[in-house]
Ligand binder design. Structure first.
Ligand code: ADP
Length: 320
């Protein structure tokens, strides 16, 4: 159904990931080129789960940009909203896998093509056809892509899309933590669905207590659903009428990259078909269980995009 399109807006890039952890990329015996970028991961997650999705953003007119657009297309994502910058290169991230399992990033972005998207380059027709419009924060960091981001949100909202926001904080990219907080909060009360991680909740509220009170301090009147993801502890959900926790599935996690995007993609794929689930706690819990399963499966495989599950995989996982 053309009406059930999920449009993801923002950056897509390539992560250079060392084949071993505990050393920098320069010291590693080898590396993988992993396509990523949270909004692009979500667009592909939606497709794997049988939804319709489009990606809107800018890539460099170089081998990396061409490769990324091809990956989206091969996965069935509508790429009519992609444009290519003639001068700037595609964004790149150089990853260090720390021994404790955490990841550290260094970015090539000076400036990368995604940062140069201008409002006039937006495919407005595509954005207007979105039933759900999903976005992150990286495109808020600088002009001109900040203006493009704000315009895309406005156009989607005017056309009646549900606005879905995952701040996806990458602090090193911001001039300062204060600036990150300010920009994130400047668009906070426009989103009807927001997903934050426990770390982002701490960062945005300044509280180290991941409890209901802290989460609800981020509530705003336009919000229909607030989610706090808790890694191997699942997620907390909040609506104006009810709140609760959905536990995670116990799995042997090998790489948590993309778990949050997989979770969001699953959630949006379900919500785009029936927004009434936002008022029905039993149905919502069921959908969040499905989303947690998707997140869990994604952690059992390396990389983000290769680890995003298909519907069949999720069913097998849930039936096991
Ligand atoms: P983010 O990537 O945004 O920080 P999380 O890492 O919390 O998000 O992952 C999103 C969801 O994926 C979680 O709510 C959980 O359901 C699932 N998940 C993540 N990590 C694990 C894990 N180690 N074991 C089981 N499930 C996980």
């Amino acid at each position: 159904d053309a009406k059930n399109l999920i449009v993801s807006f923002g950056e897509m890039l390539i992560d250079f990931v060392p084949t071993v952890s505990g050393v920098s990329l320069a010291e590693a015996p080898g590396f993988l080129k992993a396509p990523g970028g949270a909004p692009a991961n979500v667009a592909i997650a939606v497709r794997r789960l049988g939804g319709k999705s489009a990606f809107v953003g800018k890539l460099g007119d170089d081998e990396f940009g061409i490769m990324l657009a091809k990956i989206l297309k091969e996965n069935g994502v509508n790429i009519d909203g992609i444009c290519f910058d003639k001068g700037a290169r595609t964004a790149l991230a150089f990853v260090t896998l720390k021994s404790d399992g955490d990841r550290e990033f260094m970015f090539y972005r000076n400036p990368s093509a995604d940062m140069l998207l201008i409002p006039d380059e937006l495919n407005l027709e595509l954005i207007r056809s979105a039933k759900v419009f999903h976005y992150g924060s990286i495109s808020l960091i600088v002009e001109p892509c900040r203006s493009a981001h704000l315009k895309a949100m406005e156009v989607a909202k005017e056309a009646g899309a549900l606005l879905s926001y995952d701040p996806n904080l990458r602090l090193p990219l911001w001039p300062s933590p204060e600036e990150a907080r300010k920009q994130i909060m400047s668009i906070w009360d426009q989103a009807e669905l927001i997903k934050v991680s426990d770390n982002e909740l701490e960062f945005l509220t300044g509280s180290d207590k991941i409890d209901d009170e802290t989460a609800m301090s981020l509530w705003h009147p336009n919000l229909k659903l607030l989610l706090v993801t808790l890694g191997d502890k699942g997620c907390n959900y909040y609506t104006k009428d009810f709140h609760g926790t959905v536990p995670a599935f116990p799995v042997k996690a090998v790489d948590t990259t993309g778990a949050g995007d997989s979770f969001v993609g699953a959630l949006l794929t379900k919500i785009v078909d029936d927004q009434s689930v936002l008022q029905d706690e039993a149905k919502l819990k069921e959908i969040l269980r499905y989303s947690c399963a998707c997140g869990a499966i994604t952690t059992t495989k390396k990389g983000a995009i290769p680890a995003l599950p298909s519907v069949a995989e999720v069913h097998t996982f849930l039936d096991a």
